[in-house]
Ligand binder design. Structure first.
Ligand SMILES: [Zn+2]
Length: 448
């Protein structure tokens, strides 16, 4: 493990920790794996210095829901509804994925995200057609240097209909092997969860079986629930079956009732909102504001690169724009005029950082630039033309949420390890480009 000290000097620092506050100008010290100190001035003889006078420092962004195996097949479903996505892609193309395709897709997704300041991912992997598919996804995640939760999902080899339409097939037993072989320790960058189909997609006895397996393995659960294309009342069904808990990450909940959202809040469960995919594919209107009112602090996610953008800046903007539209429409429908906003830019940055970390049960480790937490740190160039002028914490928050894109990401650290420095990724990008291109051609043919 590295004991190296790195001092980021003179930056605008958005810690996202209200006890520490934010700084128009401060130094941040990374000591080995952890954040050692954030203060107006830090003396650090012997530390490597990063001069950051025209930079903004934020916690690494957290992508709480992503099917990372799809990284090589970007945009193939951009004009599909969720129904067409299942019929034309998940049924027709996904069963053909080989372990090599999964490796290429996961590696591409991880490196794309890291390049864009995403340091943590939940990989909802539902292409586990053979044990090797799982092994290759995990290998890619570990090699990428990202922090990730590998969520072992169902296979597609026997077809989507068999696995997702009130399925009578239980979750694969191979999950037990993967837990044992790859995730003996919790103290590693890549950890384990089960990506379950849940009550919307399985018969009740199968759902019960799958939950029993997850809790037997002490694995957190993540599931799509309460979305268009699924089934209604999923959260209520879980409650009636006595299955709700703080170990469940609920994804979408776009058609869930307010009562169901309160049930999630009371259970300590978490929610992922994936704004662009939800709006692009007809999964439902993102419910950020309704969740906040119900007492749930959601995280944001990308969901599927086949029909969404792969960076979290776009997701933040989309969540904010959708919520403002909802707020204003509600006021207009009541005959009023929209006088003040509810959801703020700063609150959305929290969703993408500390609330994302909480959504993935990682907030004691990451999500804010709190001394003692692991050093998942992103440095953005604030003097780029799409960002400047940044003169204060307030203008920095606005710039990050409304203006930033991947090109502004100067440096990225995960647990203190450098991933990107001076605008350049340290990984071999030509290799992943080649792997992704080969995978795409294998799946779609040379002329598509
Ligand atoms: Zn999804």
């Amino acid at each position: 493990m590295s004991n190296k000290q790195i001092l980021i000097r003179g930056a605008c620092v958005l810690t996202m920790d209200p006890r520490i506050g934010d700084f128009d100008r401060a130094d941040l010290m990374i000591d080995g794996r952890h954040i050692a100190e954030v203060a107006p001035h830090i003396d650090a003889p012997g530390a490597e210095i990063i001069e950051a006078n025209s930079m903004i420092v934020i916690p690494g962004l957290v992508n709480t829901h992503h099917h990372m195996w799809q990284g090589s097949i970007r945009n193939v479903a951009i004009d599909y509804t969720i129904g067409e996505y299942f019929a034309k892609f998940m049924s027709a193309i996904a069963p053909r994925f080989t372990p090599e395709d999964v490796y290429a897709g996961d590696l591409m997704s991880a490196l794309e995200g890291l390049n864009a300041g995403v340091t943590t991912f939940l990989d909802w992997c539902h292409v586990t057609n053979t044990p090797e598919h799982a092994d290759e996804a995990i290998r890619a995640l570990k090699e990428s240097g990202a922090r990730a939760i590998y969520a072992y999902g169902p296979p597609l080899g026997r077809g989507v209909r068999e696995w997702f339409y009130q399925s009578g097939l239980p979750h694969p037993e191979d999950a037990r092997r993967v837990r044992r072989e790859h995730f003996a320790s919790e103290d590693q960058l890549v950890t384990f969860a089960l990506a379950l189909r849940g009550p919307d997609f399985t018969q009740p006895e199968v759902n019960q079986h799958d939950f029993t397996m997850a809790r037997d393995l002490a694995a957190p659960i993540t599931m799509h629930i309460g979305a268009q294309g699924g089934a209604p009342d999923g959260v209520l069904k879980l409650q009636r079956a006595g299955l709700l808990g703080s170990d469940i990450n609920h994804v979408h909940v776009t058609i869930s009732s307010d009562e169901e959202m309160r049930l999630i809040a009371d259970s300590g469960g978490t929610v992922s909102v994936t704004p662009i995919a939800e709006m692009m594919m007809g999964v439902g209107a993102p419910v950020t504001g309704r969740l906040l009112k119900a007492g749930v602090r959601p995280g944001l996610g990308i969901d599927t690169i086949t029909g969404s953008s792969g960076d979290m800046f776009s997701q933040m903007r989309s969540a904010l724009a959708m919520e403002r539209m909802t707020e204003a429409s509600t006021v207009w429908a009541a005959g009023g005029s929209y006088q003040s906003v509810g959801l703020t830019a700063r609150r959305v940055l929290e969703l993408a950082t500390i609330d994302g970390a909480r959504t993935l049960w990682l907030d004691s480790k990451i999500g804010s630039l709190t001394p003692g937490k692991e050093a998942d740190v992103v440095i953005l160039r604030a003097d780029d033309l799409n960002m400047a002028p940044v003169t204060s914490v307030a203008s920095a928050v606005s710039a990050v949420v409304m203006n930033a894109d991947t090109s502004n990401v100067d440096s990225v650290f995960v647990a203190g390890s450098p991933i990107k420095r001076g605008g350049r990724m340290l990984a071999d990008l030509d290799r992943v480009r080649k792997l992704a291109a080969e995978s795409y051609t294998r799946l779609f043919g040379a002329n598509n």
